[in-house]
Write a protein that binds this ligand. Sequence first.
Ligand SMILES: Nc1ncnc2c1ncn2[C@@H]1O[C@H](COP(=O)(O)OP(=O)(O)O)[C@@H](O)[C@H]1O
Ligand SMILES: C[C@@](O)(CCOP(=O)(O)O)CC(=O)O
Ligand SMILES: [Mg+2]
Length: 385
Amino acid sequence: MEVRARAPGKIILTGEHAVVHGSTAVATSIDLYTYVFVHFSTPSDDGDLLTLQLKDTALEFSWPISRIKAAFLESVLSCTPTSCSVEVAKIIAALVEELDIPEAKIGIASGVSAFLWLYSSIQGFKPATVVVNSELPLGSGLGSSAAFCVALASALLAYTDSVSLDLSHQGWLSFTEKDLELVNKWAFEGEKIIHGKPSGIDNTVSSYGNIISFKSGNITRTKSTLTLKMLITNTKVGRNTKALVAGVGERMLRHPEIMAFVFSAVDSISKELTSILKSPTPDELSLTEKEEKIEELMEMNQGLLQSMGVSHATIETVLRTTLKYKLASKLTGAGGGGCVLTLLPTLLSGTIVDKVIAELESCGFQCFIAGIGGGGVEVNFAMSS
Ligand SMILES: Nc1ncnc2c1ncn2[C@@H]1O[C@H](COP(=O)(O)OP(=O)(O)O)[C@@H](O)[C@H]1O
Ligand SMILES: C[C@@](O)(CCOP(=O)(O)O)CC(=O)O
Ligand SMILES: [Mg+2]
């Protein structure tokens, strides 16, 4: 029995961090995917191992099923999405500790922990080989952690009675709305292990795709009347979402009144963006006006993110560089390095785009334009690894 799942990454247009504290955020899927392939062992297969191959980091881990059973003491198998208890988190941490992950790749430990929780909760103690690879840069603000959890939850649920999928379907297949809700809830449990306190926006966009407005777990799908073109610049400065989210939480505790105003301003920015995206765009003039308004909202959001303490010297360099070409930018995701978005207005000449990309790349950054607003997670029963 084999299945492959693919889940998209995302960009947050407005509202990161503030969304963790109850503000509205607007995000959209991008056409870069994380793939999870699962081969469930059959009696004819040799061995009794659970193997995890992480292609992006060239790491492979194997556990004898007996070792996992002995560590967990009792089954955590569950039909409904469940949070990892403190006791089980300790057991998983001990299993991960034994792996001796090299210090340079230690960020992967949280992903392996999320894997162990999702695997044992959805599949129990069964031998299998799980292979993960991604088109997304890891830890850069494009939601690789959520895409990992969504693809993993989807592949692990695919053959269970909890979802209804046509197993004879050839090619990529979507889940029903009800099944997507289940996938999304399981993925959120994985994100909790990786992020500590996720808002849930990343796993929701990765599950459902498209453009969404998200506030305190409530999702509004937004049908945009304009096609946004965003340049994504990866500063290549690695960072960790969990630490950045915790940092904003601490600033909130130190300055509750001020931060409440900051979060409320972000909420208004996201609401205004949603209404701009939804309103009709009858002609070129209104398109230009809308793009100018979006640029202003992005600049204001960036200022507020700076006040939350999540910008970075490299992000400021991208902002300064794009401003020379009269282009507006903001960080996307957790910040502290990672990726920056620059709106490329529809009427902007290709020469300017080429020039700005060349200047950003001369600073050592990596630029790309991803397709945005595509569909969410899908599974495929016909593709081998
Ligand atoms: N393809 C992958 N393989 C292994 N672990 C992954 C993969 N994608 C994400 N992860 C896990 O997610 C972490 C990155 O998540 P995070 O800091 O939230 O950044 P982002 O979600 O913006 O990429 C990685 O350090 C790792 O633990
Ligand atoms: C900072 C935050 O708003 C987004 C984090 O996104 P990413 O992991 O940096 O891709 C956190 C969250 O919403 O859970
Ligand atoms: Mg993440």
